[in-house]
Design a protein around this ligand. Structure first.
Ligand code: NAD
Length: 466
């Protein structure tokens, strides 16, 4: 504690008002705790990156871009041809309405729960005290009983490609006032694929440069095929094992893994090479004895100390909003003295690419590595009548299952609405459902959901005959 500053007493403090932080604040308030929620941006930070400048506005753009692209190419379906330009100003108005409507909803919930929202940057000064540096340069000292750190992450900036008016992170990309004509995307991960595909559908000439040997290098490799074929149909050039080493505002210079250099033109670069935990200002050295370099190690109950928990992108595991939200409940319970653990059998990963990707549980390789008699069964999207009516051809569903028990241990889908379809797979994995169980569940026809049950039936038959 700093001498001369008598801290005010607080019960339950949360730092960061993103999906993890606001969920923790609401859950703590529901349990009768008096909650203070601190965010750099105060009220306007409610919803965090995900709601304000990430998941939500990007999905609005992806949807609009897909609709535009389909409308331009819908002659075969009997629609009049759309040949006007995409109206970016109207889209921005729509995006802002969507975001503010949702953020207002969360602010309303926080108000109803009597959560105090404080604007400022919070830094720990000892195990139970933090200082909030407010936007009007005041230092407000707070002594807390319980604390949740939910400060999220920031985009990684490449040293040779600093962010600028022409080198954008995803936030700046979503707020551009003109569409790029020639876009280079650095990083073939979540953001690169989602926004690169959207830009291509809006008419940009897109090049994706990925350092690893495959797109989505952290996901099961089977998912790459449909993505490559569809990107190629959209005219997107994919350069693998390649890194951008320079961009002078006009020319992008790429170095391939074999040392070869190539150049191409671009008017904008989207840099999407990952995110880093937002921990530097937190004063964690006061609590941990040393300043963590990267992610904050947490116990299964998300506690860092008896009275401090951490959740979301600052902790190990996928940097996904739904992980942070699920961890929030566990952290609050732990801080309220309950024995809990965050141990999901599967955290789904979804990518709003074309086709969409939904992946949960183990890949075939990972299941085999842990000694399981892993089987994989895959059906192409072509077997789905519903997919045909949507004009969708690229994709599949794959189930990874344990030969001994028949249990479903992984599901990987590339298909329209895979982001929705994967939820059933998560339920199956969590509940220990077998491929036979899944094959017997009656699914509505004609829907894309049948793809999963038909794949399960195929897997069950395979199990019977081998
Ligand atoms: P990412 O980790 O998904 O992908 C980054 C990619 O950049 C990787 O494929 C990596 O190999 C590549 N890369 C790294 N350095 C490079 C270099 N110098 N040159 C070329 N390629 C390089 O990261 P992201 O796309 O920036 O997204 C950040 C995080 O945000 C994701 O990990 C995810 O957790 C989250 N996110 C989730 C969603 C979703 O759930 N749909 C959408 C967007 C973002």
């Amino acid at each position: 504690m700093v001498v001369g500053n008598v801290p005010e007493a607080a019960d339950f403090v949360v730092i960061g008002a993103g999906p993890g932080g606001y969920t923790a604040a609401l859950e703590a308030a529901r349990r009768g705790r008096k909650v203070m929620l601190i965010d750099r941006a105060g009220e306007s930070g409610v919803g965090g990156v995900c709601l304000n400048v990430g998941c939500i506005p990007s999905k609005a753009l992806i949807e609009a871009a897909d609709l535009y692209h389909r409308a331009v190419h819908a002659r075969d379906l009997g629609l009049p041809v759309v040949n006007g330009p995409f109206d970016l100003d109207r889209f921005h108005a729509f995006r802002k309405r969507v975001v503010s409507g949702l953020a207002d909803g969360v602010r309303g919930q926080l108000r109803a729960a009597k959560v105090e929202i404080v604007a400022g940057t919070a830094t720990l000064t000892d195990m139970h005290v933090l200082v909030i540096n407010t936007p009007d340069n005041q230092a407000r000292f707070v002594q807390f009983k319980s604390l949740v750190i939910a400060t999220g992450s920031l985009p990684v900036e490449l040293p040779n490609l600093p962010f600028s008016a022409h080198v954008l992170d995803s936030t700046a990309f979503l707020e551009q006032d003109a569409l790029p004509e020639k876009l280079t995307v650095v990083g073939g991960g979540y953001i690169g694929l989602e926004l690169g595909t959207a830009a291509a559908k809006l008419g940009a000439s897109v090049t994706i440069v990925e350092a690893e040997t495959a797109l989505l290098p952290t996901m099961p490799d089977v998912l790459g095929g449909p993505l490559h074929r569809r990107l190629s149909a959209l005219g997107v050039e994919v350069q693998l094992s390649a890194q951008v080493i320079d961009f002078d505002g006009v020319t992008v210079t790429v170095r391939k893994a074999n040392g070869e250099h190539t150049q191409h033109l671009a008017d904008r670069v989207l840099s999407a090479v990952g995110r880093r935990p937002n921990t530097p200002d937190l004063g964690l050295e006061m609590v941990l004895g040393n300043r963590p370099e990267g992610l904050l190690a947490v116990n299964p109950d998300r506690l860092v100390t008896r009275d401090i928990a951490a959740i979301g992108d600052v902790t190990p595991g996928p940097a996904l909003a739904h992980k942070a939200t699920a961890e929030a409940a566990v952290a609050v319970q732990a801080l309220c003295g309950e024995q809990v653990a965050f141990e999901p059998a599967a955290i789904p990963a979804i990518i709003f690419s074309d086709p969409e990707i939904g992946s949960a549980g183990l890949s075939h390789a990972a299941a085999s590595e842990i000694g399981m008699q892993a089987q994989r069964t895959r059906l192409p999207l072509g077997v789905s009548g519903r997919a045909a009516t949507l004009g969708a051809r690229e994709g599949f569903a794959e189930i990874v299952w344990d030969r001994d028990s028949g249990a479903v241990v992984g599901v990987h889908i590339a298909a329209p609405h895979a982001s929705e379809l994967i939820a059933e797979a998560v339920l199956a994995i969590e509940m220990g459902v077998t491929v036979e169980d899944l094959s017997l569940i009656v699914h509505p026809h004609p829907t894309l959901s049948e793809l999963l049950t038909e794949t399960a039936a195929q897997a069950h038959m395979q199990g019977e005959t081998t």
